[in-house]
Structures are given as structure tokens and as C-alpha cells.
Design a protein around this ligand. Structure first.
Ligand code: HEM
Length: 516
């Protein structure tokens, strides 16, 4: 056993004892070499006594260590993940011909990443007002299927022009480099369409008790088609098998005080303890005819009204394996919403269209032109005319023809009579439906949940100037007068009772020269 013989430690966890696990499975140390394979001479492991340039161990280690970073993901930079499988539990072949769904009991291997927006590596997993996501890459026999989801069933906007604006408004102020509630509040006031999603994020739904509890929504309305070419319009959702549970602000503050990696740790420990994170994959299927409805079922800022859809279970994702190397398998994972398989068409709308471009471009920058050849991203089968580029290049097509079409048996496309002939074109309008926010506040939240939402909102914005607060309250008033009143009351109460500078105690200065 790797447990200490001397002290009994009650708080030891799997993440902290991972190195002991390694030693247990590797009883003997192996030969140390430098990157190019030469064995390291023992006296080179202390550089003080050696000629610097002839110590290749020193040169190899320093030159590698100072170049070990690649760009982080622009959004959702900090996260973790694992491997596992997807298993079909319900027959959905009447909706889609996708082979991964073809049979109850069929399993498909997956890699999944869970992550938090607005925090970089080293940041606080329990940060409030951050989006959290679960992305799953299914390695299917028809190519990779990537479903990226976030913790709210709605998205902030439908016009992708707002991507940069929201991202900047929630990020650090360009002068102060401090996250800026003034900018966040101003963004909401000027873009009330985002309020609905913000209310979800400020509520208990914004802060799960760890990634295992997160529900995840891929947001868009996807067009499925079956083998006879019949289409359905669906919204997928991954629902935690543990049920959604949230942290209170008090718990979150206490935990983040000593463990900013709580979410990553909890996720790792759970898998190692065989409490496998599991999500049931379901879809809401739109019941009516899509061109005979007043409701825009493709609008990502809105939830489908009751009675317009039925919920159909599909299967479950079980993550039963931790990664062997975070950087190789999670940092280098490239989830891209464009990765869909036959039986699932691209969702219509500008938001999805810009994502098609944005992820591919971002991953070129982060991982290079051959990101799909990095092991974790490799599909089960790929065969095409792309060649060369930055490593890894794999077999690089070997000696096969490198242009298409050709007369020499290079790979050929397939035909699918069932696939819809035309991409669906939809009309998107700039209307704001504040009734969605009203419905969320009044129909989803109970009284204590309403108060917790308002508490977090008031705490987040407690430093913001009164003029802006009045404009924000005006917007809340248009949604619901109880929400506006509650916010004003809570803000006033917190302002009376909390004086942020006072929270920092006066301490005695330390002697700068303690030995004199
Ligand atoms: C204008 C719209 C959007 C743009 C431009 C955008 C852009 C991006 C980019 C560039 C990344 C990093 C990709 C990488 O480097 O690997 C990313 C990650 C992500 N996005 Fe989006 N996004 C948009 C909308 C959405 C929506 C609607 C969702 C909701 C499902 C979403 C969910 C995610 C998730 C979960 C990740 C993290 C993926 C991972 O863990 O690797 N995004 N997004």
C-alpha cells in the first residue's frame, strides 16, 4: 500500500495520490535519456560543476521548458475530461439514420471535456457568472460527432456579432486588467436579449456542485433525417444522472478559499473511485410543421413553449477512464460543432454558421493545420487529399494520388439519397422577447431561488455606479416588478451592511529585516 505507515491522513484523495498510483504500477525506474534518446550521464544532473554547453541534459531541459506553452482556448480555457462510451438505450431510427444510434445497446467510444469560461489555467473553478460546458466527441464509424453544450438551455444572443462584445464585456478591463462589472452591466442594459441567459447564469443553475452535476445543452435546433429522407427538428440535451445540484454562494466561497481546482479534482476522484460521471442524452423533438408556427424554433435565446415538443431519450454517456496525460488528451482535444455525421444536418442560422468558421480557425491557431491527426482527435477512419503541413502529419496519404478526381483509385465520395437536397434557410429577426426572462423568473424559480439569484446579481454588481444601476433596474422592471424591487432592496441592504474595503483587516507590519 502507498498509505503512510506513520500518519493516518483522512483527507488523502485520488488526485493527490496519483503519483503513488504511478509508482505502484511501475515498480522499477527506467533509463533517463534526453529528447533525442541519448542516456543522461549521472554527473550532468547537477549543472554547477559542468561546462554549460556540453551538458546536453541541461540544454535539452531548459530549451524545452521555456517553449512548452501553446495558445489556450479563447473561451472555456480551464477544464478537464475523460474517456468512456456512449450507449444507445432507445430506438431513434425513425428520426435519424446516424449509425451510432442504429441499435439499442450499441456502444461508441467518446472523449469528453468539461470546462469553465472566463478562467484561465490556475483560475477558480467555482467562479460565479461563468458558463460551464460539457463537450463530447463520439468516435463513430461515419466520422467524429462533436456535441458541445453549455449549462444553460438558452444562449445569450442570436446575432453572432455579439460574440466579441459579450466576451470583452465579461473579460478584464483594458486599462485596469480587473474584471469589470460596469462593463457587464452596461452590456446587459444595451443588449436586453442576453438577459434571459444571464438570469439562468445568476441563478442556482449557474453554479453546479461539480461538473458531474452539470446539465449540458448544445443549444441549436438540429435537423435530423432518417433513411427515408424524412426530417425532424430537435434540441439535444445531456442530463446528469446525479440530477442537477448547485452550490450555495457560502459553500463556493469557502471551497474556493483553499481549492481553486475543486471541479477538476472532484471529476478525477469520481472516475478513479468508479463513480463514473454519466449523462443521459435526450432530445426534444418539435411536433408541429416548421413553416406553420409563429414561434421561431431555431431561436437559441428562447426555450420551446410547452406542448410544442416531445422528449425522446436516446442513450447515455459514461466516462469511466481518466486521461493518462492532460495536455495530450484534453488540452489538445479539438471539439468543433461542424463535426456532424450523416443523419444530422448543420443547424440553420448565423450563430451556427459563424461557429463553423470560428472553431476551425481557432484550432488552426492553437493546434496547427493537422489538429485532426493529433491522436485524441483522430477519427476511426479518414481518407482524403490533404497533404503536408505542420506536424503531426501521420502517414500523409502515403503514395496515394493527391488530387481529386483522379483515374487511379484514390478515395471516392458516397451518395446518400436520403440527405436533404437543400440547406434550410431561415429568417432571423432582431426582436427581444423579455417574456422569456419573466417566465424563467416566475415559473422556474421558487421564492428562495429568486432571492439567491438576486443576491448573486447584487453581489456581482455591488460596486457599480448608481446611474447605471438605475438603468439596469429599469430593464428589470420591464421584465417583472418583483424582480426589480427585490434587486433594489437587496442592493440597498448589501450596500448598507457590506463595506468591501473594510473586509480587509488591518494587520501589523512585519519587520522587513527580521534578523537585525
Ligand atoms: C458566435 C458564436 C460562437 C463563437 C464565435 C464561439 C467560439 C468558440 C471558440 C473559438 C472556442 C474555442 C475552440 C478551441 O480553441 O478549441 C469555443 C469553445 C467552446 N464553445 Fe463556443 N462559440 C460560439 C458559440 C457557442 C455556443 C452557442 C455554445 C453552446 C453550445 C458554445 C459552446 C462552447 C463550448 C462548450 C466550448 C469549449 C469546448 C472545449 O471544451 O474544448 N459556443 N467557442
Amino acid at each position: 500500500s502507498h498509505r503512510s505507515d506513520i500518519l493516518t491522513i483522512n483527507n488523502e484523495d485520488n488526485a493527490t495520490s496519483q503519483l503513488f498510483d504511478y509508482r505502484d504500477s511501475h515498480p522499477d525506474a527506467q533509463l533517463l535519456t534526453i529528447s533525442t534518446g541519448q542516456p543522461v550521464y549521472v554527473s550532468d544532473t547537477n549543472s554547477l560543476d559542468t561546462n554549460l554547453l556540453s551538458n546536453s541534459f541541461l540544454i535539452d531541459s531548459i530549451f524545452h521548458a521555456v517553449n512548452a506553452r501553446i495558445p489556450a482556448r479563447e473561451v472555456f480555457p480551464k477544464g478537464t475530461g475523460g474517456f468512456g462510451y456512449f450507449e444507445v438505450t432507445n430506438n431513434v431510427t425513425k428520426y435519424t439514420k446516424a449509425k451510432l444510434f442504429e441499435q439499442i445497446g450499441k456502444q461508441t467510444p467518446v472523449v469528453a471535456r468539461v470546462a469553465t469560461s472566463q478562467i484561465l489555467s490556475g483560475g477558480n473553478d467555482l467562479r460565479t457568472l461563468a458558463a460551464r460546458g460539457l463537450s463530447v466527441k463520439f468516435y463513430t464509424e461515419e466520422g467524429n460527432l462533436d456535441l458541445l453544450g453549455i449549462g444553460t438551455p438558452v444562449y445569450f444572443y442570436r446575432d453572432p456579432l455579439l460574440f466579441r462584445e459579450l466576451f470583452h464585456a465579461l473579460s478584464r478591463n483594458p486599462k485596469t486588467d480587473v474584471t469589470d462589472p460596469t462593463a457587464s452591466m452596461d452590456f446587459i442594459i444595451l443588449n436586453p436579449i442576453a438577459l434571459h441567459t444571464f438570469l439562468w447564469a445568476f441563478s442556482d443553475f449557474g453554479l453546479p456542485r461539480g461538473y458531474r452535476h452539470l446539465n449540458s445543452f448544445p443549444i441549436h435546433t438540429f435537423q435530423l433525417y432518417n433513411k427515408d429522407g424524412e426530417s425532424s427538428f430537435v434540441r439535444f440535451k445531456f442530463l446528469s444522472s446525479l440530477g442537477y445540484k448547485s452550490f450555495s454562494l457560502k459553500e463556493a466561497a469557502a471551497i474556493s478559499g483553499f481549492d481553486t481546482d475543486f471541479f477538476n479534482r472532484d471529476f478525477y476522484n469520481a472516475i478513479e473511485q468508479k463513480k463514473y460521471p454519466t449523462w443521459n442524452l435526450e432530445m426534444d423533438v418539435w411536433l408541429g410543421c416548421i413553416d406553420q408556427t409563429d414561434f421561431d424554433l431555431f431561436d437559441p435565446t428562447r426555450i420551446w413553449p410547452n406542448g410544442t415538443y416531445e422528449t425522446v431519450p436516446i442513450g447515455r454517456v459514461v466516462l469511466n477512464q481518466t486521461v493518462t496525460n492532460h495536455f495530450a488528451q484534453i488540452e489538445q482535444a479539438a471539439f468543433n460543432p461542424v463535426n456532424l455525421v450523416p443523419g444530422i444536418r448543420h443547424p440553420p442560422g448565423k450563430l451556427f454558421q459563424i461557429r463553423v468558421l470560428a472553431y476551425t480557425l481557432a484550432q488552426r491557431n492553437r493546434l496547427g493545420v493537422n489538429s485532426d491527426k493529433i491522436e485524441v482527435n483522430c477519427p476511426l477512419y479518414a481518407n482524403n487529399y490533404n497533404r503536408d503541413g505542420q506536424p503531426p502529419i501521420g502517414e500523409n496519404g502515403e503514395d496515394a494520388p493527391s488530387y481529386y478526381p483522379n483515374s487511379f483509385n484514390g478515395p471516392e465520395p458516397y451518395d446518400d439519397p436520403a440527405r436533404p437536397k437543400k440547406d434550410l434557410v431561415i429568417k432571423e429577426e432582431s426582436v427581444v422577447h423579455l417574456e422569456d426572462s419573466r417566465r424563467f423568473y416566475n415559473e422556474v424559480l421558487c421564492d428562495t431561488q429568486k432571492q439567491r439569484l438576486v443576491d448573486l446579481m447584487a453581489m456581482t454588481f455591488i460596486r457599480v455606479n448608481g446611474t447605471l444601476q438605475e438603468r439596469f433596474i429599469e430593464l428589470l422592471q420591464k421584465v417583472d416588478s418583483d424582480l426589480a424591487k427585490r434587486y433594489r432592496r437587496t442592493l440597498e441592504r448589501l450596500n448598507r451592511t457590506i463595506n468591501l474595503p473594510d473586509l480587509v483587516e488591518e494587520v501589523n507590519p512585519l519587520n522587513p529585516n527580521p534578523f537585525q
